[in-house]
Design a binder for this molecule. Structure first.
Ligand SMILES: C[S@@+](CC[C@H](N)C(=O)[O-])C[C@H]1O[C@@H](n2cnc3c(N)ncnc32)[C@H](O)[C@@H]1O
Length: 185
């Protein structure tokens, strides 16, 4: 086998030819998660990057009649493409500093606390801070997904938060950097 592992390499990954900062193998974990997560009313992503993964989440939200929101401190350039406009994606990209801007923080907290199951995906500049800032706005039964688990964010960062691990079959063996949690009461 060659050393290069295309499923677990950050070099050139895309969804619909738009860059994603995810291993390709993470898509499998997300599909497994979505198959069993039940009725989700909204998906909130913190850290849009180039927008490829946001588009993946947007389509999942659309097919389950859920709302979608993604925030980034930078504009998502691909959201200005005509097709992104046509499918409504552009209207779901919000710009703001999710760690420092009070108005943005307030806006996100309000969305997270809306009625119905929320999935929050933390994939931003400082995941440990994001989790601390936003998990308290989630409700029992909501989901948290974090990227860079045991690379940037560690078990010590979620100690004391009302979270329990949400098992996605074989996620560790697959070599995924994403982990899912369920908010407890
Ligand atoms: C790892 S990338 C997101 C990748 C994207 N979720 C994906 O899977 O392709 C992290 C993003 O967080 C954004 N970011 C970093 N600090 C931020 C902050 N304080 N507020 C908002 N966005 C921030 C960066 O601009 C960058 O686009």
């Amino acid at each position: 086998m060659p050393d290069y592992d295309p499923l677990r390499s950050y070099m050139h990954n895309w969804f619909m030819s738009i860059h994603v900062k995810q291993y390709f193998i993470e898509f499998l974990a997300w599909e497994k998660f979505f198959l069993k997560c039940g009725q989700i009313r909204r998906i909130v992503e913190l850290g849009s990057g180039m927008g490829g993964f946001s588009l993946f989440l947007y389509l999942h939200a659309g097919f389950r009649n859920a709302s979608f929101y993604t925030w980034d401190v930078n504009a998502v350039h691909m959201a200005t493409r005509p097709f992104a406009e046509k499918i409504g994606f552009s209207h779901h990209c919000y710009q703001g500093d999710v760690l420092k801007d009070e108005q943005t923080i307030e806006q996100i907290r309000n969305v997270l606390s809306l009625t119905g199951k929320t999935l929050l995906f933390c994939d931003n500049g400082h995941k440990a801070t994001e989790v601390k800032l936003y998990v308290p706005s989630l409700k029992p039964g909501d989901y948290l997904a974090v990227h860079d688990w045991e690379h940037e964010i560690f078990p010590k960062h979620i100690e004391g938060l009302p979270l329990k691990a949400h098992d996605v079959e074989h996620i560790v063996e697959l070599g995924c950097w994403t982990r899912f949690f369920e908010v407890t009461g």
